[in-house]
Design a protein around this ligand. Structure first.
Ligand SMILES: Cc1cc2nc3c(=O)[nH]c(=O)nc-3n(C[C@H](O)[C@H](O)[C@H](O)COP(=O)(O)O)c2cc1C
Length: 398
């Protein structure tokens, strides 16, 4: 595997970012992904919505938009995985280039605009996935050309319900015109009511009732975040993913790519994500589980997110820079933090910083590879993922 990795790397680094990502997905399909064979520390086990998670560290949406590699990602050690965003009909998304690696900021900007193979192949693939490794969710969206967004979400919900453990309603991508308008209270209330009804109809037909989760933006002004949490609770939604990518460009970023339009993810998003999770938890007080997402790259950051109020956490961008070996590193560091502070289980730590002084935006703890003094091992797949965007000296997007 190391040989495949070494020989592929120079080639992968020369590819445009999206082509590298495609190759990463192909490598996973070929079985070249990493396998985390060691059992997770029991302190990481948790239960949310009555579902058992062997660890709370998940793969965020967008990496596996078409549900092509759910089994490979679970084998890499994630406690749960989310595929999508899928739209009812196939659509190409925005023109390329639409994906930018900001190495200096440990960040990514994307403006994919829901490129999707559509529901039909997505459902076929998820119906064939291996069960049992951990909860698996579908993230759903609307077609750009659709005149009835709510109907698109209903169509997706009815199609995926028999095959998934949870469903994420994505109304927070910044890259589909008008999508974020669906976060306005009245529109959201109507949308979520129709989504819950669609899920209940589908559940009656198949005997499975996956929880419905709403994924929200970090770019809400004033107390819109709190209002949105209220609407979700009233509508009977089961969870909130906090947060999606941001259109903001936080101060201190230096990579020339920061001026690209699109949604920013990775390290600069972390303080916004912690703030949003803390606020949503403060409002909901544990009545609705939160999946924390945004800039997590270490066990210390996962722990901070959990203490701010997240029952589960997800990441994507850090994997681009550190490879999928990071999953294992985050899990073991998170277990260490929980044990150090005397928590017997993840659930006991959830929201423990709520109501107190906000936890530090970025913990002082060193990055995992600095802590150990060694580089995280990079298997073949990691090379493909790391080359998902061009490396130093090969920037396609200055
Ligand atoms: C290239 C890329 C594509 C993404 N596509 C989606 C998507 O299709 N649907 C979605 O809900 N979130 C998408 N996201 C957002 C991630 O799921 C995640 O919420 C966000 O990136 C913050 O986490 P991170 O900083 O760990 O990446 C995407 C992120 C990236 C970097």
């Amino acid at each position: 595997m190391a040989d495949i990795h070494s020989s592929l790397m120079p080639f992968l680094r020369m590819l445009p970012p999206e082509a590298s990502h495609r190759l990463a997905i192909s490598a996973l399909k070929w079985g070249l992904g990493p396998r985390d064979r060691s059992p997770d520390d029991p302190v990481l086990a948790t239960s949310v919505w009555g579902l058992d998670f062997r660890n709370p560290v998940g793969l965020a949406a967008g990496f596996d938009k078409g549900a092509e590699v759910p089994d490979a990602m679970m084998a890499a050690g994630f406690g749960f995985a989310e595929a999508g965003t899928v739209t009812p009909l196939p659509q190409p998304g925005n023109a390329r280039p639409r994906l930018f690696r900001l190495s200096a900021d440990q960040a990514v900007i994307n403006r994919f605009g829901f490129n999707s193979d559509g529901l039909e192949p997505f459902v076929r693939r998820i119906s064939q996935r291996r069960r049992g490794a951990g909860p698996f969710g579908a993230n759903i969206g609307r077609n750009k050309s659709s005149s009835n967004g709510a109907a698109d979400y209903e169509t997706c919900i009815e199609a995926v319900t028999p095959h998934v453990d949870f469903i994420v309603i994505n109304i927070s991508s910044p890259n589909t015109p008008g999508l974020r308008a669906m976060q306005e209270p009245e529109a959201l209330s109507r949308l979520l009511a129709s989504a819950v009804a669609a899920r209940n109809r589908a559940a009656a037909g198949c005997g499975r009732q996956p929880p419905l989760v709403t994924k929200i933006s970090p770019d809400l002004a004033g107390n819109e975040l709190e209002e949105l949490a209220d609407v979700a609770l009233d509508a009977g939604v089961d969870g909130l993913t906090v947060v999606n990518t941001t259109v903001a460009r936080p101060g201190g970023m230096s990579d020339p790519g920061r001026h690209e339009a699109g949604g920013l993810s990775g390290a600069p998003l972390f303080p916004m994500a912690i703030d949003a999770v803390g606020r949503v938890y403060g409002r909901t007080q544990g009545r609705i589980p939160i999946i924390g997402s945004g800039g997590i790259a270490s066990g210390a950051e996962a722990y901070t997110m959990i203490r701010a109020g997240a029952s589960l956490i997800q990441f994507y961008t850090a994997m681009v820079f550190h490879g999928p070996g990071l999953v294992r590193q985050i899990k073991s560091d998170l277990a260490r933090h929980l044990q150090r502070d005397g928590f017997a289980a993840v659930a006991d730590a959830v929201g423990t910083d709520a109501g107190r002084k906000r936890p530090p935006a970025r913990p002082d703890a060193p990055r995992p590879e600095e802590a150990s003094g060694t580089r995280i091992p990079v298997p073949a797949f990691a090379g493909a993922v790391a080359a998902h965007y061009p490396g130093e000296g090969a920037e396609a997007h200055p």
